[in-house]
Design a protein around this ligand. Structure first.
Ligand SMILES: Cc1cc2nc3c(=O)[nH]c(=O)nc-3n(C[C@H](O)[C@H](O)[C@H](O)COP(=O)(O)OP(=O)(O)OC[C@H]3O[C@@H](n4cnc5c(N)ncnc54)[C@H](O)[C@@H]3O)c2cc1C
Length: 384
């Protein structure tokens, strides 16, 4: 995106990427439905970026969801709004969008140097490595859009962090965001129930609650509501302990649950009662037993209280390479309003890797695009 803005602004542009082709994570994001942005009003959208909203606001207003949708349509992929307000390209995939985009960049004269890794600076020149050989280039402006550290096999390996740190730039550790959690399951439970959902549950931690289906994995839990809570879970882990509260019956209050539990038939086992009166699946019942680790309370009031708040001790987040995105990156104070590094005039940081994070829902790509546009526009303005 930075290349497009720079080339449109009259620059000769070279995109350098160490992978054999560009846009691999973009393609990966498209595999499960490319959620380009969100249709909610900008004021609500800004809240998704938490404490960095203020720093991102000018960029997000200057290249907002409408601008991104128009850009996509201009590349032959009109967008539509899904039921949750999320915005997708017509094909749902990134493939044809990327193909049309690369054609446009080619027409603008943008050159691509793939299999080429940027490894640092040498007296102000960029040092690039290709096939073991090094060469230097001295462009008028540089936009670093190096991604985070999730899914390194598509290119974003975070290898740039020590390079920038060595240059004196403050870079906060890249940590997992929008990711699953590790929970201590017995192997018998994991083998039997991994891949099964806990349907319509509400997860809470640190005053934040999210509803949805949580997926059981071999080593913990994942899916939308778990991803949404990764920031408060990370904060709690940093403070020493994270315990997720899971409400298995978010549509009922305790009194309603008690009334249902009292319909227990004398011959029914506890499992049968929970399935029959609560509508729980065998997996939900097994999960409850696994989490409690002792016989379930038989008194309806006690059981109802438990069902409304099952404590789940979180061992940790999954590692950053398995996360959807990363938190951390170049500290916001290291860049000016145009995302230029104070320490390196002419070098900008665009895309996902300044110190912001956001939930899934299209907010990651929206800010990635918007900050790349802002950085490149600032570069064009500075150089002309
Ligand atoms: C499975 C998955 C699904 C996703 N789905 C969505 C979604 O639907 N909606 C959404 O908003 N977001 C989604 N995301 C997040 C989104 O893909 C990222 O926010 C976005 O790709 C970030 O763009 P970027 O250009 O900053 O970084 P990247 O896309 O990671 O690109 C960085 C590029 O830099 C290259 N690079 C890195 N280091 C060097 C180096 N030293 N030298 C040369 N090249 C280098 C890499 O090879 C890579 O091509 C998803 C992510 C994943 C993993």
């Amino acid at each position: 995106m930075a290349a497009e803005v720079l080339a449109t602004g009259g620059f000769g542009v070279t995109v350098v990427d160490h992978m054999p082709s560009v846009g691999r994570k973009f393609l990966l994001a498209g595999r499960s439905g490319l959620n380009l942005t969100h249709s909610e009003p900008i004021e609500r959208m800004l809240e998704r970026y938490g404490e960095q909203a203020g720093r991102l606001e000018p960029a997000l207003r200057a290249f907002d969801a409408d601008a991104l949708r128009a850009w996509s349509a201009g590349l032959g992929e009109p967008t539509f709004i899904g039921t949750s307000g999320r915005v997708f390209p017509r094909s749902l995939r990134a493939t044809s969008l990327l193909r049309a985009w690369l054609r446009r960049l080619g027409d603008l004269g943008v050159a691509f140097e793939t299999r080429t890794r940027w490894i640092g600076w040498d007296v102000g020149a960029l040092v690039l490595e290709r096939g073991g050989a090094r060469h230097t280039v001295s462009p008028d402006v540089t936009v670093l859009s190096l991604g985070g550290a999730s899914w390194p096999r598509v290119g974003s390996d975070g290898g740039w962090v020590p390079v920038l740190r060595d240059a004196g730039v403050v870079v906060h550790e890249l940590r997992p965001a929008n990711c699953g959690i590790e929970v201590a399951w017995s192997s018998a439970f994991a083998q039997r129930h991994a891949g099964q959902p806990l349907k319509n549950v509400e997860l809470s931690i640190g005053g934040v609650s999210v509803r949805g289906d949580a997926m059981i994995t071999a080593s913990g839990m994942e899916a939308g509501p778990v991803y949404s809570l990764s920031a408060p879970i990370r904060d709690a882990l940093d403070r020493g302990m994270a315990v997720l509260a899971v409400d298995l019956q978010p549509d009922l209050d305790e009194a309603q649950i008690v009334a249902r539990l009292r319909r227990r038939r004398p011959k029914d086992s506890m499992s049968t009662t929970l399935k029959r009166t609560m509508g729980f699946s065998a997996t939900t019942v097994a999960w409850l037993r696994e989490m409690v680790g002792a016989p379930l309370p038989t008194e309806p009031a006690d059981l109802a209280a438990l069902l409304k708040e099952v404590p789940v001790p979180v061992l940790g987040l999954v590692s950053v390479d398995r996360a959807i995105s990363s938190a951390g990156g170049v500290a916001m104070d290291e860049v000016d309003d145009g995302f230029m590094l104070h320490r390196m005039p002419g070098t900008y940081v665009g895309g996902a890797r300044r110190d912001w994070e956001a939930p899934t829902g299209g907010f990651l790509l929206q800010a990635t695009f918007a900050t790349a546009v802002a950085a490149a526009r600032a570069a064009v303005a500075r150089a002309t």
